[in-house]
Design a protein around this ligand. Structure first.
Ligand SMILES: NC(=O)c1ccc[n+]([C@@H]2O[C@H](COP(=O)([O-])OP(=O)(O)OC[C@H]3O[C@@H](n4cnc5c(N)ncnc54)[C@H](OP(=O)(O)O)[C@@H]3O)[C@@H](O)[C@H]2O)c1
Length: 265
C-alpha cells in the first residue's frame, strides 16, 4: 500500500505540465486531491484522468495573482476533507525578456504569482498543519532559483526568494512536525516556455529548443514524489543542466564562462 493512500494533497498549477503529472501519479497512489489552476475546463480534464471518486477529488480554480482569499480556500478544503497533509506550490510562469525592456508591472506580476502566492497559500495551511502536528509544504523553484540566467531576471529573483522564505520557515516549523522541500527542476518538457511572459506582456508562445528533448513531466513528478517520501529539504531534477549547480560550487570561474555560452532558449 502506498504511504500516500488517503493523504490530502493540494496541488497548484494542476491543469498542465508538472502539476498534472503529480496529480495523476498521486491518484495512482490513492491520495485524495485538491487541484488548482485558473482554467476550470483543464482542471476538469485532469480530474477525469485521475479517475478519483467525487469524495476524493476537489477542483478549486483560482488565480494565483490574487490570493486575498487564500485562507477561505484552505477553509473550503478543511470543510470537505478535515485535514491538509501536503501543499504543493507548483503553479507559475516563466519569463523571456531582458530586464532593461521589461516594464516594472511585469516584474511585480512575476513576483506575485511565483513568490507571494506561494507565501499566501503556505500561511493559509500552516495553522491547520500545526494543529494536526504535521504536514509537508513543497515549493517548486528552479535551477533559476540557484543562479540568474539570460531573460529570466524577475523569474529568477522570485525563485531565489522562495529559498530564503522556505529555508527560514523550515527552522520555525519543524518542531510542529511540518516539513518543507524546495524542488529545483532544470529543463522539463512542459508548456513552460510557451507560457513565459515577454516584454510586451504577451506569451513567448514557442517551445524552446532546450526543452524539446528534456526530461518528461512524468519523470519529474516521480522524482518529486520520491523526494517527498524521503523528506528531502532540496532536490534537483533534470538532465545535464543540473551539473551547473556543482560546477558553480566547486569551479566558480568555469561556471561563469559556461553560463555565458548557454542559449537563453
Ligand atoms: N518546465 C520546466 O522546465 C521548469 C523548470 C523549472 C521550474 N519549473 C516550474 O515548474 C512549475 C510548473 O510549470 P510547468 O513546467 O508545469 O509549466 P506549465 O505546463 O506552463 O504549467 C504551469 C501551471 O501553472 C498554472 N498557472 C500559471 N499562472 C497561473 C496563475 N496566475 N494562477 C493560477 N495558476 C497559474 C497553469 O494553469 P492555468 O494556466 O490553468 O492557470 C499551469 O497549470 C512552475 O512553477 C515553473 O516555474 C518548470
Amino acid at each position: 500500500m502506498s504511504e500516500f493512500k488517503d493523504k490530502v494533497i493540494w496541488i497548484t498549477g494542476a491543469s498542465s505540465g508538472i502539476g498534472e503529472a503529480l496529480a495523476l501519479e498521486f491518484a495512482r497512489q490513492e491520495a485524495r486531491l485538491i487541484l488548482s489552476a485558473r482554467r476550470e475546463d483543464e482542471l476538469k480534464r485532469v480530474g477525469a484522468l485521475t479517475k478519483l471518486p467525487e469524495l476524493d477529488l476537489m477542483l478549486l480554480p483560482f488565480d494565483l495573482s490574487d490570493t486575498k482569499n487564500a485562507s477561505g480556500l484552505a477553509a473550503q478544503i478543511m470543510n470537505k476533507f478535515g485535514r491538509i497533509d501536503i501543499l504543493i506550490n507548483n503553479g507559475g510562469y516563466s519569463q523571456r525578456s531582458e530586464a532593461i525592456e521589461t516594464p516594472i508591472e511585469i516584474d511585480r506580476q512575476l513576483m506575485e504569482v511565483n513568490y507571494f502566492s506561494y507565501v499566501a497559500l503556505t500561511k493559509a495551511v500552516l495553522p491547520y498543519m500545526k494543529r494536526q502536528k504535521g504536514g509537508q509544504i513543497i515549493a517548486i523553484s528552479s535551477i533559476a532559483g540557484k543562479f540568474g540566467f539570460y531573460l529570466r531576471s524577475s523569474y529568477s529573483a522570485a525563485k531565489h526568494a522562495l529559498h530564503g522564505f522556505y529555508e527560514s520557515l523550515r527552522l520555525e516549523t519543524e518542531s510542529f512536525g511540518i516539513k518543507t522541500m524546495l524542488v529545483c527542476p532544470g529543463k522539463i518538457k512542459t508548456n513552460v516556455s510557451f507560457n513565459a511572459v515577454t516584454a510586451n506582456g504577451k506569451t513567448h508562445n514557442k517551445m524552446d529548443e532546450s526543452h524539446e528533448n528534456a526530461m518528461s513531466a512524468d519523470e519529474c513528478a516521480r522524482q518529486i514524489i520520491k523526494g517527498i517520501r524521503n523528506n528531502k529539504e532540496e532536490i534537483f531534477i533534470g538532465g545535464k543542466e543540473i551539473l551547473m549547480i556543482n560546477i558553480r560550487r566547486f569551479f566558480p570561474k568555469l561556471f561563469s564562462k559556461l553560463l555565458r555560452k548557454q542559449s537563453p532558449y
